[in-house]
Design a protein around this ligand. Structure first.
Ligand code: PLP
Length: 433
């Protein structure tokens, strides 16, 4: 593995195509994978791991679900890319609309980054305003405007933002502490007439899992409406993963009225493991996009036939039983994790957003919970590296950063869950030492 990594570093910056994969915050040599099936990934030496990364979310059904693979294979026999409209795009848009009634129109792009970037452009086009508001620790991809105080890999690397982002782009982004309704009110009181939109992760899972306080999303909705700004709900991670209608749909089951945003973004699960993402919303806003309206967006591979085939097959298979299974599997792993950490007396807090969860270590997190990015950073994140490596040694692949969620899938069966449970006690001891 070391030799492959050394060569990779000679030809690819950091040896990776996306920073967190480099194991920067957990140390050691990244594991190069050659295959993924069901609940497992397989490294280039043929070693199999139970996978709790699930490609960072897309593999809701497990890796390489036979029906998804068959759909992609069948699509491939008809051509890899047309650069022209297809009926499959229309079918996928209809499937999304069937689950998300306010998503009257859908535009397909290739990555979550493009989806949020385009949603921001629509918001600016709709309002004629420049300023956007995001929350510290929320990650919305790597477009310039959204890199300030971002979670995910930016958090893992400990960066306040990114070099190469112009001061003008940074100036137009106001960053507010997550779950701080008063701070958001103050920003609107001061600059409400300049604000084009507030973008928020539906339930943040890129600073670890930090769910919205009850009513927080509703406060964003109310303030944006009052001030003529748009609300963009980023469901790239949560969409079609935490429930059939994403976090938006789940809020109803939490006893809250779901907060309906102006625009919503999807990625990951909606592409079934291939590069596909989307933004959606009411026709009035979506028709601002070219060719109907003046807001430009395009993509050579947008709506790619293989990706749409994977998305259609995935959404068709992602029925209620899938979500019930993933929820159950997630709770089982959480329970085993809590028991292992309790056994060694390590204070911790497991936080959830539907079937997504992550674990914060330390007395403060255990006692008070984690409600924002500062608190997430203040937790005992140093305990994660030994924990992660003990799990890896035992054949369980966790996300290589304490700031990422753990992902289960419909393919995590009893055998996979047992392997995780068996690995946890030694990992808990490593974290506690
Ligand atoms: N939005 C959220 C909430 C995400 O979690 C991510 C990626 O992790 C993105 C946007 C960006 O998506 P992509 O990596 O496909 O560009």
């Amino acid at each position: 593995m070391e030799e492959v990594y050394r060569h990779a570093c000679e030809v690819i910056p950091g040896g990776v195509s996306s920073p967190v994969r480099a194991f920067g915050s957990v140390g050691g040599t990244p594991v190069f994978l050659s295959a993924a099936r069901g609940p497992h990934v397989v490294d280039i030496n043929g070693r199999e791991y139970v996978d709790l990364v699930c490609s960072w979310g897309p593999a809701l059904l497990g890796h390489a679900h036979p029906e998804v693979v068959a759909a992609v294979q069948e699509a491939a026999t008809r051509g890899l890319s047309f650069g022209a409209p297809t009926t499959a795009e229309v079918e996928l848009a209809d499937l999304i609309r069937g689950r998300i009634p306010f998503a009257e129109k859908v535009r397909f792009v290739s990555t979550g980054t493009e989806a949020t970037m385009t949603a921001i452009r629509v918001a600016r086009g709709a309002t004629g305003r420049d300023v956007i508001v995001k929350f510290a620790g929320c990650y919305h991809g790597h477009s310039d405007a959204l890199l300030a105080a971002a979670g995910s890999g930016v958090a893992t690397a400990g960066l306040p933002g990114s070099a190469g982002v112009t001061q003008a782009a940074a100036r137009d982004t106001i960053v507010v502490e997550y779950n701080d309704a008063e701070a958001l009110k103050a920003v609107f009181a001061e600059r409400g007439s300049e604000i084009a939109c507030v973008i928020t992760e539906a339930a943040p899972a890129n600073m670890g899992v930090v769910p919205p306080d009850p009513g927080f999303n509703a406060t964003i909705r109310r303030l944006t409406l009052e001030h003529g700004a748009l609300m963009i709900l980023d469901e790239v991670l949560t969409g079609f993963r935490v429930g059939p209608a994403g976090w938006w749909g789940n809020e109803a089951s939490l006893g809250e009225a779901p907060v309906t945003p102006d625009l919503v973004t999807y990625g990951k699960v909606v592409g079934g493991g291939l590069p596909l993402a989307a933004l959606a919303g009411p026709s009035e806003l979506m028709d601002l996009l070219a060719p109907v309206g003046p807001v430009y967006q395009a993509g050579t591979l947008s709506g790619n036939p293989l990706a749409t085939a994977a998305g259609i097959a995935t959404l068709r298979l992602a029925h209620n039983a899938v979500y019930a299974h993933v929820d159950r599997a997630s709770r089982q792993v959480q329970d085993a994790l809590a028991a292992a950490l309790d056994e060694v007396g390590l204070p911790h807090r497991i936080q959830t957003a539907g079937n997504l969860f992550s674990c914060f270590f330390g007395e403060e997190a255990a006692t008070h919970g984690v409600r924002n990015y500062d608190q997430a950073k203040a937790a005992d994140g140093f305990r994660y590296a030994p924990f992660f490596h003990a799990m890896l040694d035992a054949g369980v692949a966790l996300p290589p950063s304490v700031f990422e969620a753990w992902f289960l899938s419909a393919a995590h069966d009893d055998a996979a869950l047992n392997r995780i449970a068996e690995a946890l006690p030694a990992a808990a001891r490593a974290a506690a030492s």
